[in-house]
Design a protein. Structure first.
Length: 337
């Protein structure tokens, strides 16, 4: 049984359609990431699961129970918001247990849950402090603690790490994933950051203009993007998408193995020293890596090479890649099987 299932869920405001017939299944005790650019519908999807928005059509199920019309309090979920939503005048302990107090949970039980959450999150010595006395990472842990003491099996997270600096985000990604696995939570996590999605998720749901573009494991999404949109969105630098004409790279005599509209090759799959002549248009030195942008015919191909590679702008180089690293797409942008 799926922990969460959406069946043909749509959401619109007048003529504006935010979601268009979303079908989605999320397994119990899994980490699912809703990924996509701004305006793709990922936060709207999360809010419909939470009950903060109601679907214009379709059904929402949590643990096999239809909750489409139920308010948030009756859905058996907890939520962590982007801005943490902490009360500045309350201590850490009171912030964490606020929801329990509202639900009139026994004080002894509330204290046990608080101690357990504080120990899990490393907040035991900070319980008397106010949010203003905490770092960004500590505030994030308080918001997580408030979700954990609710003892729900489903936790929804709306870009919870976006306010943190890069190093702290990386540390918190590891902590979140470890916590989810240890407690067996079903997590639905919204982000526009592919690094968060690829490093934490069991299942990535890539959204585009209110529809599911592709849902798969991170490895499958990277290895076999279902469309040119998925190919561009996943991977840093993005996959090269090269226009073809009569099985040739546009503006050149370089032939490829199949007939299609577009050829895709990952920058890290392109090697120096093949049989394809190219001109270095520009490059970026990133320490361990050197990112080259090279002209082949009328197309640009990005190459991820070793940082010690010696090149000059305008220089001539030879490129190559293996046939198994090629991806092909039709004129509509769909993957050619």
């Amino acid at each position: 049984m799926s922990a969460i299932r959406l069946s043909k869920v749509s959401k619109h405001w007048g003529d504006t359609k935010a979601l268009d017939g979303i079908d989605l299944e999320i397994a119990p005790a899994s980490f699912c990431v809703l990924l996509g650019p701004s305006g793709c519908g990922k936060s709207t999807t999360l809010r419909i699961v939470a009950g903060l928005e109601f679907a214009s059509s379709g059904q929402v199920f949590i643990d096999g129970r239809e909750v489409t019309s139920l308010p948030p309090a009756q859905r058996g979920i907890s939520m962590v918001f982007q801005n943490y939503a902490l009360f500045p005048h309350m201590s850490v302990a009171d912030n964490i247990t606020f929801g329990l107090a509202v639900r009139k949970v026994d004080k002894a039980e509330s204290a046990r849950r608080l101690d357990h959450a504080a120990e899990l999150l490393g907040l035991t010595t900070l319980l008397a402090r106010r949010p203003s006395q905490l770092s960004g990472g500590q505030q994030q842990r308080v918001a997580l603690g408030r979700a954990l003491v609710a003892r729900t099996r489903v936790c929804l997270m709306d870009e919870p790490l976006s306010n943190l600096d890069a190093q702290l985000r990386q540390e918190m990604r590891h902590e979140l994933r470890e916590l989810q696995q240890r407690l067996g939570l079903t997590v639905v996590y919204v982000t526009h950051d592919q690094a968060e999605a690829m490093s934490m998720a069991d299942q990535v749901v890539l959204l585009n203009r209110g529809r599911v573009e592709q849902q798969a494991t991170p490895r499958a999404l990277y290895a076999a993007p279902a469309s040119t949109f998925a190919a561009r969105f996943i991977g840093t630098p993005a996959m090269n998408l090269v226009s073809l004409s009569d099985r040739r790279i546009a503006g050149s005599d370089i032939t490829v193995s199949r007939s299609a509209h577009t050829l895709g090759v990952r920058p890290e799959a392109v090697r120096l020293g093949g049989d394809i002549p190219a001109t270095v248009s520009s490059f970026e030195y990133l320490g361990a890596d050197l990112v080259l942008r090279c002209a082949v015919g009328t197309e640009q191909i990005t190459v991820r090479a070793e940082g010690r590679t010696d090149v000059t702008e305008g220089g001539q180089i030879m490129l190559g890649w293996r046939p198994e690293d090629e991806h092909y797409f039709d004129a509509q942008g769909a993957r050619v099987a």
